[in-house]
Write a protein that binds this ligand. Structure first.
Ligand code: F6P
Length: 363
């Protein structure tokens, strides 16, 4: 019987997932004659009451998906099989069902395409004897080892284009425009888009801001004759001495993360109140995650998918593919999730931005 492998996409979606699914499928089939199955909706697809929601992936089923956003398999970022919501409240560990289903389907390895949450689940399943190979995705770019995750470049293009567009309307109305971008714990999108879009202030979770410092940099710009200013703020940015802002009071649970939101509007209100500037806030939200992947993400996703297929074929276990410099390498999944990859406040990127006069609201 042919060897069988399954592919799963987990966590928040991002552009480039389909490029990986396509590359894994075609490489497995063409180069190794391995059968490929797609698990629907992350690991949830192995937990359905009516049996596994798994379908064969063939060269035909992945034809034409390279430029498509999202994932043809569906995904879920609502928790982990180790703590699934239980009817009537609380959670239950359903990992044993995943192991049973994979055995029933005679799947030897799962290629799990995901971010830190999915890689943590993978590390736990590895401990229970499930064979997995990881492919790092997330627009947040916050996984260790890999220089970059696919999805980040596409999100960056959306955020940069938004900033470019705001410059002209900000100038026309002599306004301070605030752009809130994604980035829960890591400010990579805000930092890169802020630099690429020529922002004047960049606020990121790694560098708590002081509103007085933000305002004095904006006032200085206005006094020097600048008609407008652009402030880029990551959704997880925090004011010094305070906490992150959330959309509601719902507490985090084992299965659901609290939803961030509101910092862009708060920054706009605080600036207006402190110096009388005419401010407007734009929240980019999920447009950063949707739509067609950039050429860079299509190529990276394809390279990751091919590399993952080669690892599976040679019987590797618990490895994650990664980009290091110009090369695709692999590392232990555990090494990628030791801690989140955060912006270094003293690193070269922040220093370069400062050289151009960008304020991080810290001085
Ligand atoms: O992890 C990716 C991410 O886009 C974060 O930047 C953001 O906080 C979160 O997902 C939003 O998730 P959801 O799709 O559940 O709103």
């Amino acid at each position: 019987m042919a060897r069988r492998v399954a592919v799963s996409t987990g966590g928040g979606d991002c552009p480039g997932l389909n490029a990986v699914i396509r590359a894994v499928t075609i490489t497995m089939i063409r180069e190794y004659g391995i059968e490929v199955f797609g698990i629907e909706t992350g690991f949830d697809g192995l937990l359905g009451r009516g049996g596994a929601r798994v379908r064969p992936l063939t060269e035909d089923t992945v034809r034409g998906i390279l430029p498509e956003g999202g994932t043809i398999l569906g995904t879920s970022n609502r928790g982990t099989p180790f703590a699934m919501p239980r009817e009537g409240g609380g959670t239950v560990d359903r990992s044993a069902e995943i192991i049973d289903r994979l055995q029933e389907l005679e799947i030897e390895t799962v290629v799990t395409i995901g971010g830190d949450g999915s890689m943590k689940i993978a590390a736990q399943l590895l401990g229970l004897g499930v064979n997995l190979i990881g492919v790092p995705k997330t627009i947040d770019n916050d996984l260790l080892v890999t220089d970059v995750t696919f999805g980040f470049d596409s999100a960056l293009q959306v955020a940069t284009e938004a900033i470019d567009r705001l410059h002209s309307t900000a100038d026309s109305h002599h306004r301070v425009m605030i752009v809130e971008v994604m980035g829960r714990d890591a400010g990579w999108i805000a930092l890169h888009a802020g630099i690429a879009g020529g922002a004047d202030v960049i606020l990121i979770p790694e560098m708590p801001y002081d509103m007085q410092a933000v305002v004095s940099s904006l006032v200085k710009r206005a006094r020097s004759g600048q008609k407008s200013s652009i402030v880029v703020v990551a959704e997880g940015a925090i004011e010094a001495g305070k906490g992150a802002l959330y959309l509601d009071d719902r507490a985090s649970t084992n299965t659901l993360a609290k939803r961030l939101g509101g910092v862009g509007t708060k920054v706009a209100e605080d600036i207006a109140e402190a110096c009388g500037a005419d401010t407007r806030a734009t929240v980019l939200g999920h447009v950063q995650r949707g739509g067609s992947p950039s050429p860079f993400d299509r190529v990276l996703g394809t390279r990751f998918g091919c590399a993952a297929a080669h690892l599976v074929a040679k019987g590797a276990k618990g490895r994650m593919v990664a980009l290091r410099g110009a090369d695709i390498v692999d590392c232990a999944i555990a090494d990628a999730i030791r801690e989140p990859k955060l912006v270094n406040p003293h690193g070269e990127l922040v220093t370069a931005a400062r050289s151009l006069g960008v304020s991080f609201g810290d001085s």
